[in-house]
Write a new protein. Structure first.
Length: 115
């Protein structure tokens, strides 16, 4: 089961996140989300536990406890639509309307009136 964890302290790393969940059972992976540009934690992460009962126990035990300034939000992760990102549209690459072709060049200086 994949678990979403929010409200993490910004200095918490993958190993520490794994250590927190290992108290409840086997952890396949633990990953803190990092900002690609700054390299700093985004304050949330994901933990994967193969045994559903252990994962549910971890969720019940850890949800709403404080590791830092704010309480944790721990819940079963929801599957992302499109499998390619958090943005709407095909593959998560952005919004596209049916029948709308992106004008060549794009950006602010691309061709106009091609809607």
């Amino acid at each position: 089961m994949k678990i979403f964890v929010a409200g993490l302290p910004y200095d918490l790393d993958d190993a520490e996140l794994e250590e927190i969940f290992e108290k409840f059972g086997t952890v396949m992976s633990a990953k803190v989300a990092m900002d690609k540009e700054t390299g700093k934690s985004k304050g949330f992460g994901f933990v994967e536990m193969p045994v559903s009962e252990e994962a549910k126990d971890a969720i019940e035990s850890l949800n709403d406890i404080s590791l830092g300034k704010k309480p944790l939000v721990v819940k079963e992760a929801e599957e992302r639509q499109g499998g390619g990102g958090s943005r709407p549209g095909p593959g998560g690459g952005g919004y596209s309307k049916p029948g709308f072709n992106k004008p060549p060049g794009g950006g602010f200086n691309g061709p106009r009136n091609r809607y």
